[in-house]
Design a protein around this ligand. Structure first.
Ligand SMILES: [Zn+2]
Length: 439
C-alpha cells in the first residue's frame, strides 16, 4: 500500500515520554519508518494533515465471543475481527464458550485453523478450563497450551470449585498461561433466580453479592495454589474492585478487566431492533456507585484492562422474546469510553488499559505480537484516532453481525481512523482514505 505520513500526531502509549509534543510519523512497508518534526512526504504518500489526532500502539481486546465455529448466524470470525479492526484493535482474545466449547485439542485446532483463514486481525484463542465448562473435570490444559491455547477460561460459566480452580491455576502456570474467571457465584445466582434463564426478568436477578463472593473464592484459590496467574473478567461492582485492590497490595498475581458498558452505561437499554424490548447483559449493568468505583479502579491501575466482552446475538424470531444477554460492542469500545466525561484528562491511562495492560494479563502467550510501543523501526502495529471527533454508529457502518448494541444512533466521541496489525493495514476509515488504499 501507499506510504502514510501523519502530520502533527500525538504519540501515546508505553515508552512514550509524557509531554512529547506533536510529531510527524511515516508508516511505510509495514514499518514505522520515521518519527520527527516536519518530515518530507515520501513519494506517493497519503498525507493526513489534521492536528490533534493520536497515534498509539494497536489495541488488544482480552474478551471477545466470535461465535464461530458453532453459531455463524450470530457472528462470523471475519465480521467480528473486521469490527475489532475498525475499533482500533490489532489483535483480540476469543473466549472458549463456543458450541461446542473449546475443551479439547481437536476443537482447538479447528478454531485455530478457521481463525487463521478468516480473521482480519490475529486471534489469541482461549480454551476452556473444564470439560464442557461444567467445572467437574479439568480440560487437558498442558496439551491445549502446547497446541496453541493463549489462556484458559470457562467464561459464561463459573462452575469450578475452589479446589479445581487451584489445580487449574497450577497447571496453567506450568505452561505460562493465565486463568480467566467469570466471577459470579453460581449457587447465589441460582438462589436468586430459581426459575432459570427463561424468565424474562431473570437477567435482572443476578445480585451484586454474587460477584464479590466469586472474587473472594477465586482469590483464595490463588492464595492456596501458591503460584499461577488469575484474571478476573468483567468486574462490575465496588466490592469486587476493592477486593482486587487489596489482593494486589497483598502481592497476589491477580489482574482484572472492566467492560465499557459496565463503566459507562445504566439500564434499561432499548433493543435497537425493537423499541419495546430491553437489551441486557451478564453480569447486569449496575448503579452509579459501582460505576464510580470501576472508574477509580481503572484510573489507579486496580483494573488492568478494558475489554469489550463483545457478545453478538441474532434477533429473536418471536418479537416478544428478548435477545440473549450481551452486547455487540468491540467496534465502539474506544468511543464509549471517550464519550464518558470521566475519561477527560485520562487518555494516556485508557491507552495503557488497551495495550500494555492486556499484554501484561496474557504474559508470554502474546509474545508473538509486536511490543506495545510506537518506535521508529518497529513493525506498524498501530491505531490512529481522533479523540474529539464524533460519529454515530448505524447499521451501514456497523461491521459485526450482532445488532444487539446499545451504541447505534448514539452520538459518540472518538473516531478510529486507521489500524495496523503486525505491519498490515487492517482498517482505514473513509475519512482518512478510500477503502481502495487498504493493502
Ligand atoms: Zn463472562
Amino acid at each position: 500500500m501507499r506510504p502514510l505520513l501523519l502530520r502533527s500526531v500525538h504519540l501515546l502509549g508505553p515508552g512514550v515520554p509524557p509531554g512529547t509534543g506533536a510529531v510527524d510519523v511515516v508508516v511505510r512497508d509495514g514499518v514505522v519508518a520515521a518519527i520527527g518534526a516536519d518530515l518530507p512526504a515520501p513519494p506517493g504518500a497519503l498525507v493526513a494533515e489534521r492536528a490533534g489526532w493520536v497515534l498509539a500502539p494497536a489495541f488488544l481486546d482480552l474478551h471477545c465471543h466470535l461465535r464461530e465455529p458453532g453459531q455463524p448466524w450470530k457472528e462470523r470470525i471475519a465480521t467480528a475481527t473486521a469490527a475489532a479492526a475498525a475499533g482500533g484493535f490489532g489483535a483480540l482474545c476469543a473466549m472458549a464458550n463456543l458450541q461446542p466449547p473449546v475443551d479439547n485439542v481437536e476443537r482447538l485446532r479447528d478454531c485455530l485453523s478457521k481463525n487463521r483463514s478468516w480473521a482480519r486481525v490475529p486471534v489469541l484463542q482461549f480454551a476452556a478450563c473444564s470439560e464442557g465448562l461444567a467445572g467437574r473435570s479439568l480440560a487437558p490444559l498442558g496439551d491445549l497450551a502446547s497446541a496453541g491455547a493463549a489462556g484458559f477460561s470457562d467464561d459464561g460459566r463459573n462452575a469450578l470449585s475452589l479446589d479445581r480452580l487451584k489445580e487449574a491455576l497450577q497447571q496453567a502456570d506450568d505452561v505460562g498461561r493465565v486463568v480467566g474467571v467469570h466471577p459470579e457465584d453460581e449457587a447465589m445466582l441460582a438462589a436468586a433466580n430459581p426459575w432459570g434463564g427463561s424468565d424474562p426478568t431473570a437477567w435482572l436477578l443476578r445480585p451484586r453479592e454474587a460477584e464479590a463472593s466469586a472474587v473472594r473464592t477465586s482469590l483464595e484459590a490463588l492464595r492456596q495454589a501458591g503460584r499461577g496467574r488469575l484474571h478476573l473478567q468483567h468486574l462490575t461492582t465496588a466490592a469486587a474492585v476493592s477486593l482486587v485492590r487489596d489482593a494486589k497490595r497483598e502481592g497476589l498475581a491477580v489482574t482484572a478487566e472492566a467492560t465499557p458498558h459496565h463503566l459507562t452505561l445504566h439500564g434499561p437499554l432499548t433493543d435497537p431492533e425493537a423499541p419495546d424490548r430491553e437489551l441486557t447483559c451478564n453480569p447486569p449493568l449496575r448503579g452509579d456507585e459501582d460505576r464510580a468505583a470501576l472508574w477509580a479502579g481503572l484510573l489507579d491501575g486496580t483494573v488492568d484492562a478494558v475489554a469489550s466482552d463483545h457478545a453478538p446475538h441474532e434477533i429473536p424470531t418471536d418479537p416478544l422474546q428478548r435477545r440473549s444477554p450481551g452486547f455487540s460492542g468491540v467496534q465502539a469500545l474506544l468511543s464509549a469510553l471517550l464519550s464518558d466525561p470521566r475519561s477527560e484528562g485520562h487518555l494516556g491511562r485508557l491507552v495503557e488499559a488497551l495495550t500494555s495492560g492486556p499484554r501484561r494479563v496474557l504474559g508470554p502467550a502474546a509474545d508473538h505480537l509486536p511490543p506495545p510501543t510506537v518506535r521508529e523501526g518497529a513493525p506498524a502495529h498501530l491505531t490512529v484516532f481522533d479523540p474529539v471527533g464524533f460519529w454515530e454508529p448505524e447499521p451501514d457502518t456497523w461491521l459485526s453481525l450482532g445488532s444487539n448494541t446499545p451504541y447505534w444512533r448514539r452520538r459518540l466521541r472518538g473516531v478510529v481512523l486507521a489500524t495496523f496489525s503486525r505491519g498490515r493495514a487492517v482498517y482505514f476509515s473513509q475519512q482518512l482514505a478510500p477503502r481502495a488504499d487498504l493493502g
